[in-house]
Design a protein around this ligand. Structure first.
Ligand code: ADP
Ligand code: MG
Length: 372
């Protein structure tokens, strides 16, 4: 079956005194894989349970394909789902659990149903466990059964809430590839909730970032990483350095930020063209990724912005991350990423020139709080 379009308009959910989801508008294309990320309590599960039909929106509408499903019960929405709290049936075997959605809909006769279940068992590598009961499985195996059960009826829309959370790292990565492969083969539209941003970036066509019930930004992984809409997204997705400074207005096509006495940065608007309604002397943060900072021995750089001292060097396989404390901004310790081969010349205690890659600097107003 081909995936369907999913449209959320003005969707909100209030529980007693909290807005779990605030005015949310989202359009997901047929066959698209969209992840929803955000800190705990930001409304991810609430959003998903409304799409599934287990919670009623306080306001707004949900459309799947050309149907308004806002007031339809879950079983009439053509959705497959993996929710942590919708566990397996303990009295059914693995095979019976996986076949359950087909049986309930009387979708297939006994023989083809058996064939289909076998296919799914193979897909999640549990063929040898067909006749076991859930309590005879590990947490990871149970999650794979839940994934197989969600996919078995080939639904046009699949919702998953942390479906791989119980798996150890290796198996989780294997299942990420598997899910992605299945999705591409079946063409289903997938909405995938995870608190693991690496997982989201690796699997998704687009990622939606939520905070306190509010959608902050939706975009491709590259857009979120390279052009975060605000400081929260910048901080939440990947690693970001923030350096405090004072905005000094613009000169030509550059914005000027003073970081400390004698350290003035020019941030070309050609790269960061967001309209910033900043007053002169506004407190701002300069944001820059670890791979966009270069180091050089003192005196060997013509364009450095500041000087600092290497305080630590952390091994990450092919790359190293160096921690560099700025000389004139003693509170700022930058994370600087570089190939392992280059890092060897910057041992602890080395004084360095620090250069920011202009094209990748961004300015954010300080009043935007950062992620915890
Ligand atoms: P997430 O999945 O991102 O961790 P949730 O959607 O579970 O976030 O929760 C969002 C907010 O709504 C939280 O403040 C949570 O406490 C609240 N909430 C969620 N479900 C309920 C409920 N059934 N009753 C009351 N408050 C709820
Ligand atoms: Mg949740």
């Amino acid at each position: 079956m081909i995936g369907r379009r999913l449209i959320l308009s003005g969707l909100r959910k209030r529980y007693e005194d909290v807005w779990a989801v605030r005015d949310t508008n989202l359009e997901i294309e047929p066959g698209e894989f969209v992840s929803i990320v955000g800190p705990s309590g930001s409304g991810k599960t609430s959003l998903l349970t409304m799409i599934a039909g287990f919670e009623t929106p306080t306001a707004g509408a949900i459309r799947i394909g050309d149907k308004d499903v806002t007031s339809l019960p879950p079983n009439r929405r053509d959705i497959g789902m993996v929710f942590q709290k919708y566990a397996l049936f303990p009295h059914l075997t693995v095979g019976q659990n996986i076949g359950f959605p087909l049986k309930m809909r009387r979708a297939l006769a006994a023989a083809p149903l058996k064939v289909r279940v076998e296919e799914m068992l193979q897909l999640v590598q549990l063929s040898d466990y067909r006749d076991r009961y859930p309590n005879q499985l590990s947490g990871g195996q149970q999650q794979r059964v839940a994934v197989a059960r969600a996919l078995v009826s080939d639904p046009p829309v699949i919702l998953m809430d942390e479906p791989l959370g119980a798996l150890d790292k290796k198996l989780r990565e294997a299942m990420q590839f598997e899910l992605k492969r299945i999705q591409q083969r079946l063409g289903a539209t997938i909405v995938y909730v995870t608190h693991d941003q690496d997982e989201a970036l690796a699997m998704s066509d687009r990622v939606a970032v939520m905070r306190q019930g509010e959608l902050q930004q939706i975009g491709t992984p590259a857009e979120l990483y390279g052009k975060p809409a605000n400081a929260f997204v910048a901080d939440f997705i990947g690693v970001m350095n923030f350096v405090p400074g004072i905005y000094h207005g613009s000169e030509g096509s550059d914005r000027i930020v003073q970081l400390a006495e004698g350290i003035r940065l020019r941030v070309p608007t050609a790269y960061d063209d967001r309209a910033l309604a900043l007053a002169r002397t506004a407190a701002v943060h300069i944001a820059i990724r670890p791979e966009h900072i270069r180091l050089a021995p003192i005196g060997q750089s013509s364009d450095s912005a500041a000087t600092g001292v290497v305080e630590a060097s952390v091994f990450f396989g092919s790359t190293h991350v160096l921690l560099v404390r700025l000389t004139r901004l003693r509170d700022v310790v930058l994370r600087v990423e570089m190939p392992a081969s280059k890092a060897t010349s910057f041992i602890n205690g080395t004084s360095v020139e620090v250069t920011f890659d202009d094209a990748n600097l961004q300015i954010f107003p300080v009043k935007e709080e950062l992620a915890a």
